[in-house]
Design a protein around this ligand. Structure first.
Ligand SMILES: Nc1nc2c(ncn2[C@@H]2O[C@H](COP(=O)(O)OP(=O)(O)OP(=O)(O)O)[C@@H](O)[C@H]2O)c(=O)[nH]1
Ligand SMILES: [Mg+2]
Length: 426
């Protein structure tokens, strides 16, 4: 706790899940490679049609195949393979035995879907990382919201009951991590709390430390990737989501909000929220939300989830609903109160208790669900496939594909994270 760590997240003893693309390729690729090795697979040239209709099996795989099928579930009647299945009995020697058997005679179920179980198992073993950053003007409740997130259902289990943190003004980049385990799946949730910005008389370039931090994490990842002896799983400290706090003014976006989101929206997934939403009436909140959406569109600001990354109509429908309710009007607290015999996180006022996790009171639960329940993997994918990819392309172009130069050159952002404090509640 409170350990100065030069911005480096503590990942020892915790293995990371690779990003979606890598993971799928990794797992499937690995399995195939292993099979090839252990079963003496020989890659014979075949026509594409032959390949399509062929299932390659090792001598004793017929039984294994059946076993796997049994585990996952029996095939439905009438689903036997129509096409002829060519079974090749492989031998490690140069002689290759080949025999032809009708698919329906042999089996009706190959068991490919078992790959899902394999992927699940691997993910459960490896766990994964998710990093959220909170940004906004000083006093808007960023640190309080971080605490709320950790005290809410996301990590109630992992919090010591007596853990009470006095929230004070944040003066430097501060990362807090929890390992949350649910049904055997481990997630390391890291929240990067930033000091309030925009408090100076001259706020020119006040977003620079944030841009720098985000890029530094991409740079770290890139260097690990380019390493000759790279780690099997690269530690991922990249910012998967940036929650941007808007003051509940009820007016329009301020120039500083526009400037910040325009810049950051290009390098990270931004989720804007209305801070201290309990200070707005229901009508004011609705009107303000509407006005912000108009301002975002008018200024060409790209916030998450972006339309162009929707993968199919189903995802579009889900994301449209989110886009209609963005920015989420949130309330944060570090206190629990008794309501109808239950302990709830809330803000006590003279008029009653604002329950933070109650969707009728505020949209904190919607934000939490978006981050953790519904879009966690998508946020990681967008970070890896879009934002990190652009950074990577730009860096490699800059160094003119000269990997050694990139790997050996001095760390350009060396001093960037030395003001960062890492705290872990593991
Ligand atoms: N009314 C209301 N007050 C809040 C809310 N969240 C936090 N506060 C209060 O606002 C004050 C500032 O909260 P912080 O969480 O320290 O704000 P911050 O954004 O981290 O500020 P810096 O660390 O200076 O950047 C505290 O007194 C909180 O109790 C909220 O949702 N509603
Ligand atoms: Mg703070």
């Amino acid at each position: 706790m409170g350990e100065e760590a030069s911005g480096e997240l503590q990942t020892e003893g915790f293995t990371l899940m690779e990003e979606r693309g890598e993971k799928e390729r990794g797992i499937i690729g690995e399995e195939q490679e292993d099979e090839g090795k252990t079963k003496g697979y020989q890659n014979n040239e075949t026509s594409p049609t032959e390949k399509d209709n062929r299932v390659d099996l090792h001598k004793d795989t017929q039984e294994n195949g059946k076993e796997t099928g049994m585990e996952v579930g029996e095939p439905e009647n009438g689903t036997e393979l129509e096409a002829e299945v060519r079974v090749e009995l492989f031998q490690s020697g140069p002689d290759l035995q080949t025999s032809y058997i009708q698919g329906s005679d042999l089996f009706g179920y190959v068991g490919i879907e078992a790959v899902l179980d394999q992927m699940r198992h691997k993910t459960m073993k490896a766990g994964f990382e998710f990093n959220i950053m909170v940004v906004g003007q000083s006093g808007l409740g960023k640190s309080t919201l971080v605490n709320t997130l950790f005290k809410s259902k996301v990590s109630r289990k992992s919090c010591t009951p007596s853990y009470e943190e006095k929230i004070s003004k944040t003066v430097k980049l501060h990362t807090v991590s929890h390992v949350i385990e649910e049904k055997g799946v481990k997630m390391k949730l890291t929240v990067i709390d930033t000091p309030g910005f925009g408090d100076q008389i001259n706020n020119e370039n006040c977003w620079e430390p944030i841009v720098k931090y985000v890029n530094e994490q991409y740079e770290k990842y890139l260097r690990e990737e380019l390493n000759v002896n790279r780690k099997r799983r690269i530690p991922d400290s990249r910012v998967h989501c940036c929650i941007y706090f808007l003051p509940a003014t009820g007016h329009t976006l301020r120039p500083i909000d526009i400037e910040f989101m325009k810049r950051l929206g290009k390098i990270v997934s931004i989720v804007p929220v209305i801070a201290k939403a309990d200070t707005l009436t229901v009508e004011e909140r609705q009107e303000f939300k509407e006005r912000i959406r108009q301002d975002l569109a008018a200024n060409g600001i790209r916030v998450y989830p972006q339309k162009e990354y929707d993968e199919d109509p189903e995802e579009r429908m889900l994301n449209d609903r989110i886009r209609e309710s963005i920015p989420f009007a949130v309330v944060g607290t570090d206190k629990e109160h008794q309501v109808n015999g239950n302990k709830v996180l809330g803000r006590k006022t003279k008029w009653g208790i604002v329950e933070v996790e109650n969707v009728a009171h505020c949209e904190f639960a919607n934000l939490r669900d978006l981050l953790i329940r519904s879009h966690l993997q998508d946020l990681k994918d967008v970070t890896h496939d879009i934002h990190y990819e652009s950074y990577r392309v730009q860096r490699l172009n800059e160094s003119n594909m000269n990997f050694s130069e990139l790997v050996l050159s001095a760390w350009p952002l060396e001093n960037g994270t030395d003001k960062c404090e890492t705290e872990s509640h593991l």
